[in-house]
Ligand binder design. Structure first.
Ligand code: NAP
Length: 179
């Protein structure tokens, strides 16, 4: 199963503007790219905070063609939102979540953040590609794209202007260069 992480970041590598939850800072062009890109995945994985911010939109767009998995230590809290094969909540270790997706025949997984899940995937060499939309913004404070002690290297696969100011950079993880 191919595992691709997708994030919108500021020029200083932050995925939130200060303490504001969500990706309200991202351009409409990124929003359009993101929605279209998601159509090409048969599953996605996100942390509880990321889910909470987009809950309404996710619930309005549930589809049997795209299983969404949300990571939380308290899946029982979300029992009313859960729908088998469309929207599931789990406290299982990430390795088990990914094995389970593979066992269900999933072929392409979008990792939608936030920081902890991106970092854990990289820490364990579980990411094939990282797609970042680079917005022409600087925040100074906010959540970082990555955390912990990582030493990963990517090669640039493609570069696309989503608008005159916004770049979409698709990177491939160079596995031999990890750690
Ligand atoms: N710019 C972007 O592209 C982008 C992308 C993604 C997210 N974001 C933003 O970033 C913010 C959230 O980022 P984040 O890094 O704080 O949060 P996150 O990854 O979305 O969620 C963190 C939560 O995931 C759960 N979790 C983490 N590790 C776990 C584990 N080992 N087992 C079970 N559950 C686990 C915990 O939920 P519980 O507390 O429920 O246990 C934890 O509080 C949001 O504002 C979101 O909108 C931006």
């Amino acid at each position: 199963m191919e595992i691709i992480a997708i994030a919108a970041i500021s020029l200083d590598g932050l995925i939130t503007r200060h303490a504001q939850e969500g990706t309200g800072f991202a351009s409409p062009e990124d929003g359009q790219f993101f929605r279209q890109a998601l159509q090409t995945f048969d599953c996605s994985l996100m942390g509880r905070r990321t889910y909470k911010v987009s809950r309404e939109r996710i619930l309005a767009n549930l589809s049997p063609e795209r299983l969404r998995i949300v990571r939380t230590h308290h899946p029982e809290v979300f029992a009313a939102d859960a729908l088998q094969e469309r929207l599931e909540f789990t406290s299982a270790p990430l390795s088990e979540i990914l094995d389970d997706l593979r066992a269900r025949g999933k072929r392409r997984c979008a990792v939608l953040g936030g920081t902890s899940i991106y970092s854990e995937c990289l820490q364990n060499n579980w990411m094939d590609e990282l797609w970042v939309t680079l917005e022409p913004l600087g925040f100074g404070s906010g959540k970082r794209l990555l955390e912990g002690e990582l030493s990963v290297r990517f090669s640039l696969k493609s570069l696309e202007h989503l608008s005159p100011d916004t770049l979409l950079l698709k990177y491939k993880l160079l596995r031999d260069a990890v750690r």
